[in-house]
Ligand binder design. Structure first.
Ligand code: SF4
Length: 444
């Protein structure tokens, strides 16, 4: 009888950066001979990869840990780990809250997982390793990845952020910006193409500042051109951009490269200069508008999406009204909207003029109503057009789901044979979030 393989299960909370970190952990564990366990109850090692962007994210992580503890009681040999953002923020406090954890590691220690796991297996528990964000001496490790397979792949091109917006915890947990060298990015994109992926999204907290720390210096426009040459990849996206760092050269490059999709996600956060100043966003509404104008001039069909926060400390009714007017006139295709929630350790959390929850809720509701109307109006303008749709998956209620180049979700007829193909779809209906249509002249 053969020896049963050891198994791992990784639970990922948070953003696409965390998804990529989990893929790296999976790659490292696969390198040790571990296999993936679908069910955590079958795993020998479980890692909870945490997020800390909002207050609720912390509660979600600690709540999930509580559930996992029950598994550990049933299987004392199970190695239970917690990693990344919340660990980086809470440090040793994690072990005070969950002293039964076996393995705790931070954002900058992911590549050390094999050694740390070995220490845990050797019985030196709990194993705790959280390196400081400011250690620039250590080279950026190139990590393997195990991906579930699919149509759209995500590649980290820059880690950390230098901006220090007053509401954001990211620079404190993810550290300062460090770009991934173009050769490493290209190797990963080629690997994705080899696995059948058709679309790649270049990821980072601020991708527009890519390459300023490399020698020789590079920028995102250079990288887009390099990725564009990878055979097998048909679509390229990037996120997240920062209005301060989005250059005309980048906009012109996206417009010029056929594979670069005409969708720009450009978080504005607020439509009032005073609020932007208090957020430390480093641009004005006028500068933001000028960038939008440049995008629309270069790519008239581009979709533009954004992030908005309501109820930032000190935000008055008049300031919020200014944001509504801004949204009405800029006309975003979509917006991620959120009520401000204080993050411990950030400057804004210490501001004395916090906005009452009731006012935040009211403002969020008004903003969402306006944005949904605008999105529905913009999408209604696509009815009667034909859009190239990259089919990603079969729909749970039949048909297939895919995206336009402008990142709009489209539901259309068809079966699994269409997954991974770009097909022309005649748009017949539209809501705020999803377009509906029928394939036209799909080649066999
Ligand atoms: S630019 Fe984005 S990631 Fe960086 S501090 Fe501001 S909100 Fe956070």
């Amino acid at each position: 009888m053969g020896v049963e393989p050891r198994r791992y299960h990784i639970i990922t909370q948070g953003c696409q950066m965390n998804v990529r970190d989990s893929q790296a952990m999976a790659g490292l564990l696969a390198g040790l001979g571990y296999e993936h366990a679908e069910d955590p109850a079958d795993a020998d090692v479980i890692v909870l990869n945490t997020c800390t962007v909002r207050e609720g994210a912390d509660d979600k992580a600690y709540g999930r840990l509580g559930e996992l503890r029950a598994l550990k009681r049933r299987r004392p040999g199970l190695i239970l780990g917690m990693a990344v953002c919340l660990v980086q923020k809470d440090r040793e406090r994690v072990l005070k809250r969950a002293p039964w954890l076996d393995l705790v590691f931070g954002v900058h220690n992911i590549h050390r997982l094999p050694e740390l796991l070995q220490q845990a297996q050797d019985g030196c528990m709990p194993v705790y390793e959280v390196w400081d964000r400011s250690d620039k001496e250590r080279p950026l490790p190139v990590l393997p990845a195990v991906r579930a397979g699919g149509v759209r792949g995500f590649v980290n091109i820059i880690h950390g952020c230098n901006k220090f917006c007053t509401f954001c915890i990211v620079p404190y947990v993810r550290g300062r910006e460090r770009s991934v060298p173009p050769e490493a990015v290209l190797a990963e994109v080629r690997a994705l193409a080899g696995q059948g992926y058709r679309e790649v999204t270049l990821l980072g907290q601020n991708v527009d500042s890519y390459g300023h720390d490399l020698t020789p210096r590079r920028d995102l426009a250079d990288l887009l051109r390099l990725v564009h040459d990878v055979p097998g990849i048909d679509r390229i996206r990037f996120t997240t951009s920062h209005p301060r760092d989005m250059t005309r050269r980048l906009i012109e490059t996206v417009a010029a490269l056929p594979k670069a999709c005409e969708h720009i996600h450009l978080p504005v956060q607020a439509g009032h200069d005073g609020v932007l100043r208090r957020m430390h966003r480093a641009y004005t509404t006028g500068q933001y508008r000028a960038t939008i104008d440049a995008i629309r001039e270069a790519m008239p069909a581009a979709s533009i999406t954004t992030d908005l926060i309501v109820g930032f400390p000190g935000e008055t009714e008049d300031e919020f009204e200014a944001t509504l007017r801004f949204v009405e006139t800029v006309r975003f295709d979509a917006a991620n909207t959120a009520m401000y929630s204080p993050r411990e350790g950030t400057p804004a959390a210490r501001y004395g003029d916090q906005v009452p929850e009731e006012a935040k809720r009211r403002r969020l509701h008004a903003l969402n109503q306006m944005q949904e109307r605008i999105a529905a109006e913009i999408n209604a303008g696509l009815v009667g057009t034909t859009q190239d749709v990259l089919v990603e998956d079969v729909g749970v209620r039949g048909g297939v789901l895919g995206r336009t180049r402008t990142n709009k979700v489209v539901r259309t007829d068809g079966g699994p044979e269409l997954v991974g193909r770009v097909i022309p779809v005649a748009i017949a209906g539209a809501g705020s979030w999803v377009l509906r249509g029928h394939p036209v002249g799909v080649p066999a």
